[in-house]
Design a protein around this ligand. Structure first.
Ligand code: MG
Length: 209
């Protein structure tokens, strides 16, 4: 079982639509602890990804690269470079491949997670998107009991949602939210929430209930 490039494109298109629907929520979350631009930035960036996919022909590695380049050029603030790096590293991890096999997922998540850590200079617990990506990477390294893509993506979506929720309890020590100190507690990190939506979109694409 594997995920081919058509399914990748379907995932990215679906996520663009989800972001458009959830723009107000992400804006509200970012307004609480940041500058309130995360919803608009992500929706704009992924709308550009969706447009770029109209003329796309390439393999799965190329599809990650298209997302990376588009986000780096279209998404402002910290999110563009961080997501751009995550997709760049995932593209490098499956460079030249026509499909993502079940055994590729641990290295994909590790590549993304390591890229975010380096680019964002984070190590975990700072209340950033890394607090979702890192546990996904760590969790996949420990598990080899998934029966197929569907069970794997369900686990990714559930774990990402739980970890995004857990960022509520963290005190921000990176980015604009760090200026709020203790007052950042009680609000989830917007980048953690947009990451959880990415994996929820993956589940909706590959394993709809
Ligand atoms: Mg912002």
């Amino acid at each position: 079982m594997e995920m081919d490039v058509k399914q990748m494109v379907a995932w990215f298109r679906h996520y663009a639509d989800v972001l458009d629907d959830q723009k107000a929520l992400l804006t509200e979350l970012d307004a609480a602890i940041g500058d309130g631009d995360h919803g608009a930035n992500m929706a704009r960036g992924w709308r550009a990804v969706k447009e770029g996919l109209h003329e796309f022909s390439g393999n799965v590695g190329d599809s990650f690269m298209l997302v990376s380049k588009t986000l780096i050029s279209k998404v402002g603030g910290a999110s563009g470079p961080l997501y751009g790096t995550a997709f760049l590293r995932m593209g490098m991890a499956v460079k030249g491949k026509d499909a993502i096999e079940l055994s590729d997922w641990p290295k994909l998540l590790q590549a993304a997670s390591d890229g975010i850590a380096q680019r964002g200079k984070v190590s975990g617990g700072e209340k950033t998107m890394y607090d979702v990506w890192k546990p996904l990477s760590d969790g996949l390294m420990l598990r080899d009991d998934f029966e197929g893509e569907q069970s794997l993506v369900r686990w990714l979506a559930q774990t990402a949602a739980a970890k995004a929720e857990e960022t509520k309890e963290l005190r921000a020590t990176k980015g604009r939210a760090a200026y709020l100190g203790e007052r950042s507690v009680g609000h989830p990190d917007p980048g953690a929430v947009s990451t959880s939506l990415l994996f929820k979109s993956l589940q909706s694409t590959l394993a709809p209930d």
